[in-house]
Ligand binder design. Structure first.
Ligand SMILES: NC(=O)c1ccc[n+]([C@@H]2O[C@H](COP(=O)([O-])OP(=O)(O)OC[C@H]3O[C@@H](n4cnc5c(N)ncnc54)[C@H](O)[C@@H]3O)[C@@H](O)[C@H]2O)c1
Length: 352
């Protein structure tokens, strides 16, 4: 199958594309490179924006199946510019539903369950989206309801997905590991709230397996539900001198939920294999071996990056690359493709 990975240059996309490269599928990535200067994975690449309907439609014509990962991801990142967030996370999916009749694998989020402590949530449980991010994900799910689409409500991911893509250090396990290494101390607010967690490579495996499956509908995907204070103690197993500071005020982020992934286990054979300890060790190794020159660089946190250097990137639609035949596609296919600096961004009004 021809598989287009939209948003494939991101954290999860890096792991998804690695698995696809080992498969019999033809792979192409379509991404606006919000956080990257270049895309160098040896795979066919199209520099494009999901807000560019004409450009996207050309690529949809090539694809038999789509993995749709593109989004402004995270509550704080989405709040930076609500109009742009709705355009990217929601309206572009509405357009997709109209313009594509092939197989779709879409990543939603367990965040749409909001704050519902005391019970384990299944795909039919009530929803309580507490943020713009969550409500745009829910709206997108609804656009796909009647399509040949499988929707994964992912838990919070952790670990290192591949050797190329930007690792996200704004996700709770990775953040705690970073703070432990940098400061010898982590601060937790409240701490009683639960989060479903999932290694990024287990998420990628489920996504890739779903491309050729005939299952449709919504599936929760997580490895285990973890209380934040327990996660902090688990981090201390790796850093025995770690100080855990408890601040007895509610977290700014009010999400608190436990989910069940029994449906994915029963119907899809979902079996996560990567542990939280493994994820902690991966982040530890990345940092201890100084492979991230500046772990504090805003690039590793979506909201910090978009609030600073990246704001312009998200406000304006990714332009076509001059000289690429008018379709924004890098000219080499199947070899290492360096995009380098995108064409000068035009001072255009926000696309939203
Ligand atoms: N990371 C998590 O813990 C988590 C949890 C639940 C759900 N998800 C979902 O998984 C998916 C991938 O998340 P991630 O952590 O890899 O995020 P990410 O921010 O690392 O990747 C998103 C990718 O989408 C691209 N993108 C954004 N706007 C675009 C646009 N307008 N046009 C084209 N490309 C665009 C970005 O350049 C980036 O490469 C998202 O849909 C997210 O909502 C992630």
């Amino acid at each position: 199958m021809n598989v287009l990975v939209v948003g494939g240059a991101g954290y999860l996309g890096g792991a998804v594309v690695d698995l696809l490269l080992k498969s019999a599928h033809q792979v192409r990535v379509y991404d606006a490179l919000l956080y990257e200067e270049c895309y160098r994975k040896p795979v066919d690449f199209v520099y494009g924006d999901v807000r560019d309907d004409d450009h996207l439609r050309t690529e949809l014509a090539w694809a038999d199946a789509l993995v749709w990962l593109a989004a402004v991801v995270g509550d704080r990142a989405c709040d930076l510019n609500p109009d742009v967030t709705v355009r990217i996370n929601e309206k572009s999916v509405a357009g997709l539903a109209q313009n594509f009749s092939g197989r779709i694998v879409f990543t939603s989020s367990c965040s749409i369950y909001g704050s519902q402590s005391g019970r384990t949530l299944t795909e039919t449980s009530p929803l309580d989206p507490l943020s713009l991010y969550a409500s745009t994900k829910l709206a997108a799910e609804r656009y796909l309801a009647k399509k040949n689409a499988i929707v994964f409500r992912l838990g919070t991911m952790f670990g290192v997905g591949d050797n190329f893509a930007r690792v996200r250090l704004d996700l709770v396990v990775n953040t705690f590991a970073l703070q432990a290494i940098q400061h010898g101390k982590i601060t937790i607010f409240g701490g009683n709230q639960f989060r479903p967690l999932l290694h990024v490579r287990d998420a990628a495996r489920a996504v890739v397996d779903a491309i050729a499956s005939s299952h449709t509908g919504i599936f929760n995907l997580h490895r285990q539900n973890v209380r934040i204070s327990d996660l902090a103690c688990q981090i201390r197993n790796h850093f025995p001198d770690l100080i855990i500071e408890n601040v007895d005020i509610p977290a700014r982020d009010a999400r608190d939920y436990r989910v069940s992934s029994d449906k994915a286990r029963a119907l899809l054979g979902f079996r996560p294999i990567h542990s939280i300890d493994e994820g902690i060790e991966q982040v530890e190794e990345l940092l201890q071996t100084n492979r991230l020159k500046q772990p504090d660089n805003p690039r590793y946190a979506n909201d910090r990056y978009l609030a600073s250097v990246g704001q312009q990137a998200i406000m304006t639609q990714a332009p076509m690359i001059p000289g690429s035949g008018g379709n924004g596609r890098a000219r080499e296919v199947g070899t290492t493709v360096a995009i380098g600096r995108p064409a000068e961004r035009e001072e255009a009004p926000a696309a939203a």
